[in-house]
Structure formats: structure tokens, C-alpha cells
Design a protein around this ligand. Sequence first.
Ligand SMILES: *Cc1c(COP(=O)(O)O)cnc(C)c1O
Length: 219
Amino acid sequence: MIAANIQKINQEIGQHARLIAVSKTKPIELLQEAYNAGQRLFGENKVQEMAAKWEQLPKDIQWHMIGHLQSNKVKYMAGFVDLIHSVDSFKLLEVINKEAAKNNRKINCLLQVYIASEETKFGLDEGELMELLERLKNSPLPNIEIKGLMGMASNTEDTNLIRREFKSLKQLFDKCKATYFVGSNQFNDISMGMSGDYTIAVEEGSTLVRVGSSIFGSR
Ligand SMILES: *Cc1c(COP(=O)(O)O)cnc(C)c1O
């Protein structure tokens, strides 16, 4: 089942986006099944759960942190995390930078942007995003690489609304790239799209889709 689901989604998203298998709350055996089907990118939303799974599974898996992140948890994944999708403050970036330095590495990050029309708690608005990038320009963090943006659309059946929200993230991405990353090759990723909306997300320019229940079943 899992192998067939992964194959189907990969066919749908094509060459432009990569599939992150969101495995939060799922047991190791199911992740191993996905791994055996060729899946190498996994997404988790809790640091300790991700670290426990990292210990038990093959080391060529790339682990993506997609959930809201508290500063005091960064140290538990700083040695191995491949990409943090959920950075929403300069303070958090400073902590990640420090923990990355302790581990003699750079940590890849996406800045989470609030694009939904409904009330959700996390993510930067456009003003805060630009302010953060301006601050980063003036005081660079050497152990951080900003790879792009992440966003979550409204949880709704209204596909026009979802599409508009994804379009707004893509526009913001283009604006950031043109303002702060000209001539740089690091700012290339837009993480958008989940089980219910990844096909729309890919049409609107997503490069990373985060899919859980359509691979592993409902939680
Ligand atoms: C859980 C989660 C997903 C995956 O959700 P599905 O609807 O199961 O595909 C994607 N992104 C984030 C941030 C999540 O927390």
C-alpha cells in the first residue's frame, strides 16, 4: 500500500517537486516500509520523536522538521536534521546557528510564512519576513542557510482560496529572491502542499510537498 501511494504521488508531482513523507505519529515499521520503497525524505513535527526515529533507521534518510519549534529543542536534532521548515523568528535562527556551529555544520532552514485566511498561530507575515531578511543581511549567521519559504494553506474545500494562498506564497518567494538573494544559489525552495492540496501546490510552484495521510493513512 505505502509503496503504491508513494509511486502514485511521485507520478503526480513530476520533476519539479520532491516528496516529503510526513511520518509523525507513525511507527518505525511503516517508515521502514516507505524506505524500502525508495523514500528518503521524511518529515516529523516533534523533535524528540524525530531523534528517536533517526537513531533506529538507516542513516541516508534526510530528516525534515516541519512542526512548530521551541528553541530549547534545537540541540536534540542539530547534528542530523537536513532542513527545518518552520523558522518563524530571528531569535530562533540565532539558536539554530549556535547549535549548528557546535556541530561544525550548516543547517538549512526555510522561513515559515502565514498565508492562510483562517486563524492559525504560526508563521511570519510579509512585513515580518522582510524585516527578518533585512536583519540577516546586516548580521549574517554563518552556520545557517536560508533555502526558501514554507507555508500552509487554509484547511478548506475552497480550492480557489487554496490556490490564491499558494500564489501569494510564490509571489512573496519571488520578491524575497529578487531583493535578498540575487546571484545566490541558495534560495530555491518553496515548501507547500499537503495530502489535500499538493496537486494545486505543485501547479503553483511548490518544490517540496509534505504528504502524510495520503501515504501512511489517517492519523
Ligand atoms: C501533518 C503535517 C503535514 C501532512 O499532513 P497530511 O494532511 O497528513 O498530508 C504537512 N505539513 C505540516 C506542517 C504538518 O504538520
